[in-house]
Design a protein. Structure first.
Length: 328
């Protein structure tokens, strides 16, 4: 580990809390990583679990210069207060203040997809990307935008909810928390895939999807991926349609943000061979040509470490900013 104090990145998810050190010299490497199951019984128990995991890494690396935290929640960035949190019990918690009190070092808190996007911008082949858009396709659809090397958050930190951008005004209702219809989360998420695959399974008894439905009472996204890879035409059609919808969204974000790099991550990206080419073709037809020819579209590179790397980069970036703006 460097003689310079590291920044610790904390990635808080619905199933695990991961912590790692990010050093100034190698900001894209997660060192001394530790993870433990997320304690979801109460806010206090979750905070205690985060603290214990950070202390475990701190014992190996020494006192950090700062701590960056990524959480699957909406965060008022300036205060670090959690505004909305569906899957973990942190809604209303002044997380930056609480963890700062526990650790005695500067703490910075942001949405986990923002942190992942910041990591992906660094993980691009040298030099790092200054302008990047990331979509994460999982149970829902998340996203992050990096502009001039920094996370775009909107006025208070609640912006860049890319998964809730509408691409079909008459599409299905969002399965998440937005009040709209036809957003990316309603059409390109794992939840949407399961919804559509289950409906097909109900109606087609003598198919792979029908067999799964008859046995399980539903068809999961993983089942749909497996069926498509076996050549099931219904499942393949589902992914063709998902790719088309995704391409519409990609084109819209390319037109809005003019990124150098556009990456797709999340659990569904493991089945990208089933839909990414379709998405690329659809986006190429819809994006403004001069913008499309300058963007690189591909899969996220950070994998399981993207969250902690991004949180660490967040902490380092914001720490440097606070030092630069401190009164002389």
């Amino acid at each position: 580990m460097s003689d310079l104090a590291p920044v610790l990145g904390v990635d808080v998810g619905g199933t695990k809390v991961a912590v790692a050190a990010v050093s100034p010299e190698q900001p894209t490497e997660a060192r001394e990583a530790v993870e433990h199951p997320t304690e979801l019984s109460s806010s206090e128990a979750l905070l205690d679990g985060i603290e214990a995991t950070v202390r475990e890494v701190e014992a190996r690396t020494g006192r950090p210069a700062a701590v960056g935290v990524g959480i699957p929640s909406q965060v008022d960035f300036a205060s670090g207060r959690v505004v909305s949190s569906v899957n973990i019990p942190l809604e209303g918690v002044p997380l930056r203040e609480e963890l700062g009190r526990r650790f005695g070092v500067p703490v910075f808190v942001d949405n986990d997809a923002n942190c992942a996007a910041l990591a992906e911008a660094q993980l691009v082949d040298d030099p790092p990307a200054r302008y990047l858009v990331m979509l994460t396709l999982g149970t829902g659809v998340g996203g992050g935008v990096v502009i001039d090397g920094e996370i775009f958050r909107g006025a208070t930190g609640l912006g860049a909810e890319l998964g809730h951008v509408v691409i079909d005004a008459h599409g299905p209702a969002c399965p998440g928390t937005c009040p709209s219809r036809g957003c990316l989360e309603a059409l390109c998420s794992g939840t949407a895939l399961e919804r559509d695959a289950t409906e097909l399974g109900k109606d087609r008894e003598n198919t792979i999807l029908g067999g799964v439905y008859a046995k399980e009472g539903r068809v999961s996204g993983r089942d749909a991926v497996a069926a498509a890879k076996e050549g099931d035409p219904d499942a393949l059609n589902l992914f063709e349609r998902l790719g088309g919808h995704l391409g519409v969204g990609i084109a819209s974000f390319v037109n809005a943000f003019e990124p150098e790099v556009f990456v797709i991550g999340g659990g569904l990206s493991r089945g990208a061979e089933l839909f990414l080419d379709t998405a690329r073709e659809e986006a190429s037809r819809r994006a403004l040509p001069r913008l499309w020819e300058r963007v690189s579209l591909g899969l996220a590179r950070g994998g399981a470490d993207a969250g902690v790397i991004g949180a660490g980069l967040l902490g380092a970036q914001e720490l440097a900013r606070s030092v630069d703006t401190a009164p002389a």
